[in-house]
Structures are given as C-alpha cells and as structure tokens.
Design a protein around this ligand. Structure first.
Ligand code: AHM
Ligand code: MG
Length: 343
C-alpha cells in the first residue's frame, strides 16, 4: 500500500475558489481576485523584506548603492507594491494606505469595481533594522457611494461592514492569515515553490489567554483603572492565573502569537495621548475582524472596535484585543470610568 505523506497541496488559490463555491455560489469572483492579488503583493514584499539586511549592509559601506541610487525605504516600497498589484484588476474603486495622506484613486484608464482596499503596507517597519518580524495588514469594504470612483465616505465605514480582512507576517516563515467572515485561515509561504499553502485551517483563539502584550513604559501616564487591570493580568491582584508578558513592539507579530497561543494585546490611551497610537482603519478594524472570527474580541476600552463609526481616514483608537475572557475583563474594569469621561 502507498502511504501518502502529510503534505498540504491546498494552495491559497484553490482554497479561495473552494470557499467561494461553498459559501457564495452566486459571487462574481471579484473578492477572490482581490485576495489573490494580495497574496501576490505579499510574496513580492516578502522577497524585499528577506533581503533587507543585505541592502542595509550595502548601504552602510557606501553612501550610494550599487545602482547609483538612494535606497528606497522598505515601507515606501511595500506601499508601491500594494498599489501596483491591486490598482488594475477592475475590482477596486479606490484604496487608502497608512503611508498616504489621502485616498488613492484607481488610475485613469483602468476599470473600477465595487470594493475598497485599506492597508498598512509594512507595520512595525522600524523593527526591520534589528530583524524582528513585520507585517502587512489589509481590510476590504464594499463601496457605498454611487459614482464609479471611491470617495472618503466609502472608507469611513464601521469595521463591522468589512467583507474581508487579514494580515501577512514576515517572520521566520511568511504567513498570510485572512477571513471573509467564514472563519480565519492561515497559509504559509513555501519559498521553494513560491506558493502559499494552507497550514492553519479554521484558527480558533483560546478563550483564556497565556500572554499579555503591552508597552508598560507608559505606566506613569496611565489612569488608575488601567493600572489596576494590568495588576490583575499579572496576578499581582485578585486570583487570576498570571499572564506571561511578551511584547515585540510589532503589532502583527504580537497579535499573531496571541491569536495562536491566546492572550491580550493592549495599546491603551494614556494621559498624554487620549486616542492611543494605532489606526482604526488600517490596524484595529482588520485585526478586530480576525479576532472576532477566531472566537476572540476587540474593544476600544468601552465598545467593540468594529462598532465604532470612523470620522477620519487616519483616526487612532485605543485597542484591547485577543482572547474573549481577557478582553471582557478589560471592558468590565475600564468601561465605567471611560464611559463617564466620554472616551
Ligand atoms: P507604525 O505603524 O508606525 O509601524 O507603528 C505601529 C507599531 C505597532 O506595530 C506596534 O504595536 C506599536 O507601533 C508599538 O508602539 P510602542 O513602541 O509605542 O510600544
Ligand atoms: Mg502601522
């Protein structure tokens, strides 16, 4: 008898087609097309990230690189790759990026479509210099305005209205994790064949976490309810099992570890900065959809992130995201105070 080895041959392309047949047999295939294009962009960015160290070494030995050009910064390069990989497919009406001040129109001469793409092309890019994982985060919304081109109002929709979201982590391996509202699925890039293969079907995050990820060097600017919450997570108060502290400082890496292992990532507001640091549209919303789809939760301290109505493209939000029980503890300890100050 022949024994078949345990090798995944489910490519991301095959998986997307099979999921569409299963859950949306009447679909036009446009959303699937966006997901393939994102997978292509991810492979291109991964290849640039992989050689970033070499490029830095070259840059360090000479002011001018071998091509006689100034080295492009990787986050700018990742931004261009995303735009070029997605702007011509006829499926998008506009894009928005953390790296660009305004919405990015589809160039004249290309067809437009019914979806909007919002993304952070290379989150945590300051970590590249020290070889720490970075990531790309994306969110897909359906156009709501009437004209052929996307407008600001198309971007300023609640996260609850996302039709897909996900991220790519450029870590010890490259993974793409996404949801279209039918669970969360993870694919690992096999560099020898250049394909994303299904490695983590139907990811579920543990209800109670193991890890706590927060930058507590801001402690002196935290309000007392937040300090009290952190004491409970750490087992210094109450009878909860203490969480272990892990903080990379690269959102996708911190989120991904906690998604798989269970945990709570927090980027709270503080007295110096009442809106937090992370962006609602490019970071919090897409990861909140992933968290909820995996059985976890995400709040801004009071409300589910996905229910916040955005008013600005680059709006910031406090974020508490991860295992459902840990997020619920944050809500019960923080919401009474935050609601009363109108945060
Ligand atoms: P960026 O979008 O400018 O890269 O900043 C976002 C990053 C996140 O990846 C990370 O969670 C956070 O900033 C870390 O911030 P801090 O250094 O304040 O802890
Ligand atoms: Mg970012």
């Amino acid at each position: 008898m022949v024994h078949h080895t345990d090798v995944s041959v489910v490519t991301i392309e095959r998986f997307i087609i099979e999921q569409e047949k299963l859950h949306a047999p009447q679909a036009t295939g446009e959303l699937s097309g966006i997901l393939y294009d994102l997978a292509l962009a991810a492979k291109m960015i991964a290849s640039k990230v992989r050689s970033a160290g070499l490029a830095d070494v070259l840059g360090a030995t000479s002011d001018i690189n071998v091509h006689g050009e100034t080295q492009q910064k990787l986050d700018v390069l990742a931004n261009s790759i995303m735009i070029k990989a997605l702007d011509h497919g006829g499926r998008l009406c506009a894009m928005a990026s953390e790296e660009e001040p305004d919405i990015i129109p589809i160039p004249e001469g290309f067809r437009t479509g019914k979806y909007c793409l919002l993304f952070d092309p290379l989150d945590g890019s300051s970590n590249i210099d020290v070889n720490v994982p970075v990531g790309t985060i994306f969110s897909v919304l359906k156009k709501v305005t009437r004209g052929p081109r996307g407008e600001l109002a198309d971007m300023l929709q609640r996260g609850r209205r996302q039709v897909a979201s996900g991220y790519v982590i450029y870590g010890s391996s490259t993974m793409m994790v996404y949801t279209t509202g039918q669970g969360v699925h993870g694919f690992t890039l096999d560099p020898s064949i250049g394909e994303f293969l299904l490695s983590h079907p139907n990811i579920r995050t543990p209800r109670v976490g193991r890890y706590l990820s927060v930058n507590d060097s801001y402690l002196r600017d935290w309000d007392e309810p937040l300090r009290a919450l952190m004491r409970v997570y750490r087992g210094q108060d109450g009878d909860r099992k203490p969480l272990s502290v892990r903080y990379v400082g690269s959102l996708v890496a911190d989120f991904h570890r906690n998604l798989l292992g269970g945990g709570l990532f927090a980027y709270p507001a503080n007295r110096q900065n009442r809106r937090g640091k992370l962006r609602l549209l490019y970071e919090a919303n897409p990861l909140a959809m992933i968290a909820e789809q995996a059985g976890g939760a995400a709040i801004d301290g009071v409300n589910p992130v996905l229910d916040v109505t955005p008013t600005e493209l680059h709006q910031r939000t406090p974020l508490f995201i991860g295992s459902a029980d840990d997020v619920e503890l944050a809500r019960t300890m923080l919401a009474p105070q935050l609601s009363s100050v109108g945060a």
